[in-house]
Design a protein around this ligand. Sequence first.
Ligand SMILES: Cc1cc2nc3c(=O)[nH]c(=O)nc-3n(C[C@H](O)[C@H](O)[C@H](O)COP(=O)(O)O)c2cc1C
Length: 175
Amino acid sequence: MTISVREAVENRRSIRKFEDKPVSDGDIWEILNAARMAPSWANRQAWRFVVVREEATRERLKETLSENNPAGKHGFKAPVVIVLCAVKDEATVHQNKPYYLVDAGLAMQNLMLAAVDKGLGTCWVGLFDENRVREILGIPDSVAVVGMTPVGYPAQNPEPRPRKDLAELTHYEQW
Ligand SMILES: Cc1cc2nc3c(=O)[nH]c(=O)nc-3n(C[C@H](O)[C@H](O)[C@H](O)COP(=O)(O)O)c2cc1C
């Protein structure tokens, strides 16, 4: 499948329920490769990824979420969970803006859009106990755990979530 950027942007949804169907290493490689192509502060590419297929590890990652996290119930039954990390020292904090977070976000967005092209679903999961994730995966303290996403074939087809009107979001020439 090859879809346009517009279609990928418009068709992406946060997917929290997945089919019990394997995802190939080739597809995982391709979505990670898309992540790697994102722009970054001074091209530092501070992002790192941990690909988790082991069921027991996915289960432990799920336990780092609070009980009411909507992705917790079924999300981590997806065959793959990708944990998005960032090496803090590799990108600058400039005027209080930690660019390692910005860069990691751009990489994740590329990954999520590339997943749409493969017919795969993702959901950025941001609410978790970072230290516990670090412990489970052996991630050093110098590395931020920015987010995680399950990756799998969607078993749901959610309606688009509402968005604010452009008029509310956009100023022309002056604020
Ligand atoms: C930084 C960030 C953190 C998020 N954390 C969670 C989360 O912990 N659990 C969850 O179910 N969804 C999480 N989401 C998904 C949002 O709820 C979702 O993107 C939003 O409701 C819009 O829906 P859509 O992605 O289907 O367009 C997160 C999204 C972002 C960008």
